[in-house]
Design a protein around this ligand. Structure first.
Ligand SMILES: [Mg+2]
Ligand SMILES: [Zn+2]
Length: 189
């Protein structure tokens, strides 16, 4: 199965501030191991991440590439790999079609992996826009309580995503364990 992950607040620590250097990029404890477990079980992992810090001039694509090299290195050491990383470098005001909650990044992943649909794939995020993008692209949306996740969970209670059945886990490690055990992941209604 294809599992698409948001990056900030899902894989790496995120406190609301832009991560502008490789040294400031720190994996959430257990997230790399969780990704490795999914890979070793035969699942594919892709990443869809909004990186408007590029358009804002906070860091360049060279720095972003080095952050992703760091991630890939850590994951390779655990026996996993990432199939594709799609990122939106644009500003929210740019009117691009890839910034989540739009589905452009997910379509890039679908095309790169030569899939006709993302139906059956999973989108894991900590923000509402991740869940909305995933749901709009036919993925099962999964929320984790790391990063923005607790706030997102709170807001979903008063303003659910119409039609979406969002599964919620404490972090990527707990999600991965539940997913690999084949329990706890609710099907979309
Ligand atoms: Mg995030
Ligand atoms: Zn974009």
């Amino acid at each position: 199965m294809l599992i698409i992950l948001d990056r900030d607040g899902v894989i790496n620590e995120y406190d609301g501030n832009y991560i502008c250097s490789v040294d400031d990029w720190h994996p959430i404890p257990g997230s790399i191991e969780a990704m490795a477990r999914l890979c070793k079980a035969g699942h594919r992992i892709a990443i869809a991440t909004n990186q408007s810090g590029i358009a804002r001039g906070f860091y360049g694509t060279d720095v972003l590439d080095r952050m992703h090299d760091k991630l890939q290195r850590l994951l390779t050491a655990q026996g996993g790999s990432i199939s594709f990383i799609a990122y939106c470098p644009h500003h929210p005001d740019d009117g691009c079609d890839c910034r989540k909650p739009l589905t452009g990044l997910l379509e890039q992943i679908r095309n790169h992996l030569h899939l006709t649909t993302l139906k059956g794939a999973i989108m894991v995020g900590d923000s509402r826009k991740d869940l909305e993008a995933g749901f709009a692209a036919s993925c099962q949306p999964v929320l984790v309580r790391t990063g923005n996740g607790k706030d997102t969970e709170h807001h979903l209670k008063t303003r659910p995503i119409p039609g979406a059945n969002v599964a919620i886990y404490d972090n990527l490690g707990v999600f991965s364990d539940a997913f690999l055990l084949g329990s706890g992941l609710e099907k979309p209604s």
